[in-house]
Design a protein around this ligand. Structure first.
Ligand code: ATP
Length: 423
């Protein structure tokens, strides 16, 4: 983890928020490369969940909503975490994170660790609107989900969706976490990518779609290069399920901090729509409250886990083996020598031709080995070098990140070759 945190800072993936003022716990800024990586993850998610499907539409709801939403959804009452404090060293922990609590007890081996009683804290972040008293007290959304439910009727009335169908959304959520930490893993501001899939209220349907979405989501991660050995499902026990969930499973990643959740698949039953008093009418005019299967992924946790999954170091090289679809730059273009005008011209033409379609880096500094190394550690799958031979026969070298092998290809085929890897 420390190595990835250091790389993220050094190469401009992720910085502590407001760092020049000492930072602020639980907030992070994405640098130039982190912004690309995170955007690529969100775009791939959108493509697979909305663009390629007939049964899912998108939504972009507001972060702040009428506070009644949070009353109805049960969050004002039940969106809490239990805080306990170690009486020996006054460190604070979440009582429901049993592994971390056990770990801490081990640190005090010999002495018996005493804990304070668990106090429950609501995770919603309060905001006050208006300029005159009394101001309207409301909340930054603690999950993006509710924006979908309160728009259920709007979407049904304004589009041609029919059950079963889904509404997908990507956006920021805020939680006043009591123990932010582990880099971006537990932040107070983070992004979620979620699908709410509406189905008939029927046990068999519920099980079918729950299993279906579990598989879809797992395949999406492995399809983008997550190693199967790094992933597993973990079903929630009865005592840990959220207030809305009938059944729930997490997709966990084998992180240096232990197996860690980064996506939840939840069977929310009729909880939300019934709380918002929303129903659906079938073609034959039968009215019912649909059930909901939800897939709720964290963009920041995925970004972190894609980075950890891709990190590779041996005695020769440090490589981020990111899937080409996720890599911030798909290729880098180099003139072998920066002071050879002809070489720079040819390279610049290739660069200008390619950059209209894919993110591509330009580098003409230092020796070529260092340039390759710099691209390896940010995950650029291909490097294209214009050299002396290029000026004679119109070919360039194409170097592969993972194998470090080079081959010569005609310069006009560069773009199509790289684009093939992105399909
Ligand atoms: P945890 O038990 O770790 O607090 P959770 O079970 O409360 O997480 P959900 O409410 O299911 O999480 O949220 C869905 C997803 O949103 C999580 O799988 C995670 O990827 C992301 N997420 C939730 N809380 C945070 C956070 N504080 N920081 C970053 N991502 C988060």
């Amino acid at each position: 983890m420390d190595k990835v945190v250091a790389l993220a800072k050094r190469r401009g993936f992720i910085y502590p928020s407001s760092e020049i003022y000492g930072g602020i716990a639980g907030f992070w800024d994405y640098g130039p490369l982190g912004t690309e990586l995170k955007r690529n993850i969100k775009n791939e998610w959108w493509k697979s969940m909305v663009q390629l499907r007939d049964d899912v539409v998108g939504l972009d709801a507001s972060v702040i909503m009428n506070p009644e939403v949070w009353k109805a959804s049960g969050h004002l009452e039940a969106f809490t975490d239990p805080l306990i404090e170690c009486k020996v060293c006054h460190k604070r922990f979440r009582a429901d994170k049993k592994e971390e609590v056990k770990e801490h007890e081990k640190e005090h081996a010999g002495k018996k660790t005493e804990w304070t009683e668990a106090k429950h804290f609501n995770l919603l972040t309060e905001v006050y609107l208006g300029v005159t008293e009394p101001k309207l007290k409301t909340y930054l959304r603690g999950e993006i989900t509710q924006g979908v439910f309160v728009n259920f009727k709007n979407v049904v009335d304004s589009t041609r969706v029919k059950i079963p169908f889904g509404i997908a959304q990507v956006g920021k959520a805020f939680r006043n976490e009591i123990t932010p930490g582990n880099f971006t893993y537990r932040s107070r501001e983070f992004e979620q990518m979620e699908l709410e899939f509406f189905i008939k209220p029927d046990e068999t349907e519920g099980q079918k779609w729950f299993d279906y979405w579990k598989e879809q989501r797992m395949q999406w991660y492995t399809g983008l290069g997550m190693k199967k050995a790094n992933l597993r499902f973990r079903d929630h026990h009865d005592d840990e399920r959220a207030h809305y969930a009938r059944s729930a499973t997490d997709i966990e990643f084998h992180a240096p901090i232990g197996w860690s959740e980064f996506e939840g698949i939840h069977h929310r039953g009729e909880w939300d729509l019934s709380r918002h008093k929303l129903t659906y009418k079938d073609e034959d005019n039968t009215e019912y409250t649909p059930w909901v299967i939800e897939t709720s992924g964290g963009v920041d946790r995925s970004t972190l886990f894609f980075l950890l999954n891709a990190y590779h170091e041996d005695d020769k090289r440090l490589i981020l083996k990111l899937h080409p679809k996720l890599a911030p730059y798909k290729a880098a273009v180099f003139p072998l020598l920066a002071n050879k005008e002809e070489m720079v011209d040819v390279a610049r033409k290739i660069y200008d031709n390619v950059r209209g379609e894919i993110m591509v880096a330009w580098d003409d500094r230092g020796n070529i080995g260092k340039r390759y190394a710099a691209q390896d550690e940010i995950g650029t799958p291909y490097c294209i070098t214009v050299d002396y031979q290029s000026l004679e026969d119109g070919t360039v070298t194409l170097r592969d990140r993972d194998s470090a092998e080079q081959k010569r290809i005609p310069k006009d085929t560069v773009l199509s070759l790289i684009k093939d890897q992105l399909l």
